[in-house]
Design a protein around this ligand. Structure first.
Ligand SMILES: NC(=O)c1ccc[n+]([C@@H]2O[C@H](COP(=O)([O-])OP(=O)(O)OC[C@H]3O[C@@H](n4cnc5c(N)ncnc54)[C@H](OP(=O)(O)O)[C@@H]3O)[C@@H](O)[C@H]2O)c1
Length: 233
């Protein structure tokens, strides 16, 4: 089984690699910009094949081919793709720079779509592929909203909507798209955005849920946006 995880250098993505490293015969393609952090992933389990891909998702071009060229030789099919990489800048709406706003929309909503498009020839067909897009409760319709997170939440809402759209447009492809809208998890992203706040969930706990969902949920649901939160929206 081939599993690709973006944002694997820290937080939830790092722990997701640990989750899939427990599964025999699993090849994990772990993507981030941080070569050193990706190298530490190989300590998870010596018998599992972890393939680090050092890549800046900002470089994902309009033309296809740049990520496929970095995959391990002989990889012909992706069974699970977890679009986990994300960016959060917590600032009042009127103070956020255009560059930060663009970066959030690019990494949080456009890049997952570009990556899916790039990997289309390696997904679905006779073997199913489950694409799990990681969104946020902030981008879940009707949820409580927080000052400082307007662009972040809107970019995550766009990812959720993209999930529904792709499920409809590609329903004959053998690819199943679902989206998880996460509540607070105690990661560096959360600590940087909300210093002092303590979330009830650890990244490894959330990774257990996401990993199990990625392995099994495509048999039960398609094109769904699921809140994964201990609080009421
Ligand atoms: N933590 C929470 O409370 C929470 C709540 C709701 C949703 N989420 C979502 O869950 C996901 C994981 O969150 P987290 O808290 O684990 O975040 P994190 O600790 O900040 O990790 C983010 C990951 O994204 C990668 N990334 C960012 N920009 C990238 C780029 N240009 N190219 C490649 N990789 C890039 C980072 O890798 P490098 O910097 O090494 O490239 C890093 O591995 C995110 O999508 C986040 O929005 C988190």
């Amino acid at each position: 089984m081939n599993v690709m995880i973006t944002g694997a250098s820290r937080g939830i993505g790092f722990e997701l690699v640990g989750y899939f490293a427990q599964i025999p015969d699993c090849q994990i393609i772990a993507l981030s910009r941080n070569a050193q952090a990706l190298e530490t992933l190989t300590t998870f389990n010596k018998t599992t094949c972890i393939h680090p891909v050092v890549y800046d998702l900002n470089c994902l071009p309009e033309q296809t081919g740049s990520v496929i060229g970095l995959l391990p030789a002989g990889t012909t099919h992706i069974d699970v793709l977890i679009n986990n990489a994300g960016v959060l800048v917590n600032k009042p709406f009127s103070e956020i720079s255009g560059a930060d706003a663009e970066r959030m929309f690019r990494i949080n909503s456009l890049v997952p779509a570009l990556l899916i498009r790039e990997l289309l020839p390696m997904m679905g067909g006779s073997e199913p592929t489950h694409v799990v897009n990681i969104s946020s409760m902030g981008g879940f319709q009707g949820s409580q909203k927080f000052p400082g997170l307007s662009y972040y939440s809107a970019s995550k809402a766009a990812l959720a909507c993209m999930t529904e759209c792709l499920q409809e447009e590609l329903k004959q492809s053998g690819i199943v798209f679902n989206c998880l809208a996460l509540g607070a998890v105690q990661t560096e992203m959360l600590a940087e955005a909300f210093p002092g706040y303590k979330a009830s969930l650890l990244p490894a706990e959330m990774a257990d849920f996401i990993g199990s969902f990625a392995l099994h949920a495509h048999k039960y649901m398609r094109g769904k946006i699921i809140p994964v939160s201990l609080t009421t929206p």
